[in-house]
Design a protein around this ligand. Structure first.
Ligand code: PEP
Length: 244
């Protein structure tokens, strides 16, 4: 299975989102075995869901609170994401970890809450440049995946996103991606031992249509989580086509 997910972050207006979806759907056809999704800002979830879910695409929240409701001003819960038309939720994006203090302890609760509300978690992991330079990449990935020891196995996609490659135009080199993905697969095999479920491992970090085909040729790269290039409907459609 190949998977391509657009992370719009805090971009686009309501009308721009509508135009994007109409344009994108005019360009794209999902190949058998390809799954695609869009993670829009909360204000556009309903709109995007109404437009793209009938065409077989996923809609992801960009975050979700672990509690189903309550006094958590500014937060959105998993059942509210479902209510808005989501089938999944991004969890642990490096911007959430770095800018908003997302912790692994919180992520354990969020993954469990996503499963409780029948949402597919797309768990993002990745090392900073300092950690890579210090030779700590695999340790960091192992630590971030250790939350699965607490949650147990379940439906999950994982995105390997080296923090230094996100939004920088500096994509990780093929051997770096290959090493990280092989390590993630071996680690997931431990946490999912005894289950049939094969977690797709996406790469994220400055993916473009020019670089995606090479990335898809790397063992254990099942697709991409795409920020910047996903804001252009023709580019995102090209990425989905390459995955098919
Ligand atoms: C991301 O936001 O997850 C991402 C990978 O962004 P970009 O493609 O812009 O590097």
């Amino acid at each position: 299975m190949r998977c391509v997910v657009a992370n719009w972050k805090m971009n686009l207006s309501f009308e721009e989102a509508r135009t994007f979806c109409e344009d994108f759907l005019g360009h794209v056809s999902l190949g058998a075995g390809t799954e695609a999704g869009i993670a829009p800002p909360y204000t556009m979830l309903h709109l995007v869901s109404d437009l793209v879910r009938p065409k077989g695409l996923h809609v992801f929240g960009q975050n979700g609170h672990a509690e189903p409701k309550g006094a958590f001003t500014g937060e959105v819960s998993m059942p509210q994401l479902r209510d808005a038309g989501c089938s999944g939720v991004l969890l642990g994006h490096s911007e959430r970890r770095q800018l908003f203090g997302e912790t692994d302890a919180a992520l354990i609760k969020k993954v469990k809450a996503a499963w409780q509300w029948d949402l597919l978690p797309l768990l993002c992991i990745g090392e900073t440049l300092e950690q890579r330079d210090a030779g700590q990449t695999l340790d960091v990935l192992g630590q971030q995946l250790a939350i699965l020891g607490e949650t147990g196995p379940g439906p999950l996609w994982v995105a390997y996103e080296p923090v230094w490659a996100i939004g920088t135009g500096r994509r990780a080199e093929a051997p770096q991606v290959a090493e990280a993905h092989a390590f993630i697969r071996a680690t997931l095999n431990r946490y999912f031992a005894g289950t049939e479920y094969q977690v797709p491992i996406l790469y994220g970090g400055s993916v473009t249509p020019e670089t995606f085909t090479e990335l898809l040729g790397i063992p254990e790269v099942a697709g991409g989580l795409v920020g910047g290039a996903s804001l252009d409907p023709a580019k995102f459609a090209a990425l989905v086509k390459q995955a098919g």
